[in-house]
Design a protein around this ligand. Structure first.
Ligand code: ZN
Ligand code: ZN
Length: 578
């Protein structure tokens, strides 16, 4: 199954923040208490006071490393070699923690031989709770867990109980030498040192890892966070009826039912699956997510150089790939429905760019025409109220700005009554009616309802206002001239009714940059079909630019040529970005 695609760039940023929580030293703090059964700190303090008195120092002063008394105190407390090395303040360049710690211990024992068995007498290191003894085990665990995965960058992290962190911090500040390394970073460093020689071609890093190995010191387990692989490419959709991303079956919401043949999908195919499924095999991942630079409707093809996208493969076992070979595998499996090109490695940050790039596009559109009457023309050209009214100010609720919205877009349309002259039915319409309908119509207008059908028609025609006049269909030259004259045309587009449920009802200003290569063909039914290509601003509703959407898009081709336009199909040609 594919993962949920992030809705916006912000969602992706949030994800990144989550990663940072784990990657930084302050991450993953829990408030469970690991050492509930360990002697409380007060006892240590009592003991410290005792020691301080024996040493003849002031009662409240506990000796601190790197003084000799401090070292002696640390040893007596049962501090392990690694922690002695870490907080003792005697570590020299190139020395391991244990080596430095052993040095400290040796000099203390030389002075006080009875402290030789201090670790046996106080077997739990107060600083690390003997965690440094588990370093080899943890390194083994990480090495084992990583085995199935290809990687070149490994980051280590650790998760500690919060109170253990606080206790250690406090102890280190009171007893340790100034500038001693914190427990967490030292432990991670030790494990890294153990792993170093066993990782062929893998670098230990502090950012952008392929895998982040998270050590849980409470359970002594390791959890791997395997970063996704991102692949950039462009796709051409050569067949209609394929959505860009997977749609769960409406009947079963993706669980699988009879209606969807147990696939859980509303449409068997999607660009996402056609591109992503072969990649899932190549990279041996668990699922994929598709990030397109915009999308086309299901019935719209995408031609030209294709639409840029980034495909995300989650938890991949393989990371390296040959771009040409990968494109070949995808294209062969798609069998002419979808075609990819420009394949290359990508990154998480490119997903944000892809999602945020407003792309102008070229479209090719084809439509037929029908006669239009004056009433219909009046609707298509009724004045649009462009009153500036800031939606954010009107509704106090904070509205999230969406891609493609500009600040200048915040014009909420006001309902303007359309002034259409009263019209009656035409003679042809009346003649097509059945007699009982004519009788009902006559009665409705207070006319006599007797007589034959012809008499009724004549009576109604005489009594009601005339039918709206129909415009003559434009000739070919007029159509071509109008289309070619659309270069630079500024549109006012009110959110189409078909998308009103998911976009706010606003009037947006959009520009047709170019309209070219119009031509007219006569189809088998003897109708003229008109086709042309146009390049317009990101966010333009293209079908509406042709048919006018009942006056919601102005001007429109239909109003300009005074004929109703029925859109047959729409293709996306080039996306003018990247
Ligand atoms: Zn220790
Ligand atoms: Zn289903």
């Amino acid at each position: 199954m594919a993962g949920k695609e992030p809705d916006t760039a912000e969602d992706i940023d949030d994800d990144d923040d989550d990663w940072m929580k784990y990657a930084n030293t302050g991450f993953g703090e829990t408030d469970y208490s690991l050492w509930d059964d360990v002697a409380p700190v007060e006892e240590d303090v009592e003991h410290a006071v005792e020691v301080a008195m024996q040493l003849g120092t002031h009662v409240e002063e506990i000796p601190r490393a790197p003084s000799a008394a401090g070292h002696k105190y640390l040893v007596r407390q049962g501090t392990c070699d690694a922690c002695l090395g870490r907080v003792g303040g005697k570590r020299m360049y190139g020395q391991s923690l244990e080596e430095a710690g052993l040095g400290v211990r040796t000099s203390v024992v030389d002075q006080d031989p009875h402290l030789e068995n201090a670790r046996e007498e106080a077997p739990l290191c107060p600083f690390c709770e003997n965690l440094f003894e588990e370093v080899d085990l943890l390194a083994d665990l990480i090495h084992e867990a990583m085995a199935p995965y290809d990687l070149s960058r490994l980051q280590l992290g650790a998760r500690f109980p919060k109170d253990q962190m606080e206790t250690e911090e406090d102890l280190r500040k009171r007893l340790g030498a100034g500038g001693s390394d914190p427990l967490k970073s030292s432990l991670v460093e030790q494990i890294g040192a153990r792993l170093k020689d066993r990782l062929e071609g893998v670098a230990l890093v502090n950012d952008k890892p392929d895998i982040l190995a998270l050590i849980d010191v409470l359970t002594l387990t390791v959890e791997l966070d395997i970063r996704a692989v991102y692949v950039y490419g462009r796709y051409r959709k050569l067949e209609r009826g394929i959505p860009q991303t997977r749609w769960p079956c409406r009947a079963c919401k993706g669980r699988g039912c009879e209606r969807c043949d147990e696939t859980g999908l509303q449409y068997k195919r999607s660009v996402q699956d056609l591109v992503g499924n072969p990649m899932l095999e190549v990279f041996e991942g668990t699922e994929h997510a598709f990030h397109g630079m915009g999308r086309e409707d299901i019935d719209v093809r995408c031609l030209g150089r294709g639409r840029p996208f980034v495909l995300e493969i989650k938890e991949p076992k393989k990371r390296a790939f040959n771009a040409e070979k990968l494109a070949e595998i995808i294209n062969q499996a798609a069998n002419g429905s979808v075609e990819v090109s420009s394949i290359r490695a990508s990154s998480r940050s490119e997903v944000v760019r892809i999602k945020d790039t407003p792309a102008e596009k070229s479209y090719t559109i084809r439509f037929t025409i029908e006669p239009m009457n004056e009433a219909e023309y009046a609707v298509l050209t009724a004045p649009v109220d462009m009153t500036k009214e800031d939606v954010q100010q009107r509704s106090k609720k904070r509205r999230r700005q969406r891609r493609g919205d500009k600040n200048a877009d915040r014009t909420k349309p006001l309902e303007a009554p359309i002034d259409v002259p009263a019209t009656g039915p035409s003679e042809a319409e009346l003649k097509a009616m059945k007699k009982p309908e004519l009788v009902a119509l006559a009665e409705q207008h207070g006319l006599a309802k007797n007589g034959k059908k012809d008499e009724l028609v004549a009576r109604i025609l005489a009594a009601l206002p005339p039918a709206p006049a129909e415009f003559e269909l434009p000739d070919d030259a007029t159509i071509l001239r109008v289309i070619e004259g659309m270069n630079g045309l500024k549109l006012a587009q009110r959110t189409p009714e078909r998308v009103a449920h998911r976009r706010s009802d606003l009037i947006r200003k959009r520009t047709v940059f170019e309209a070219h290569t119009p031509f007219i063909e006569v189809n088998e039914q003897g109708q003229r079909e008109i086709e042309f290509t146009l390049r317009c601003e990101s966010g333009t509703y293209v079908k509406e630019t042709v048919h006018g959407d009942s006056g919601r898009t102005q001007p429109c081709v239909a109003a300009l040529i005074k004929a109703k336009c029925n859109v047959l199909w729409l293709d996306v040609g080039d996306i003018h970005a990247d």
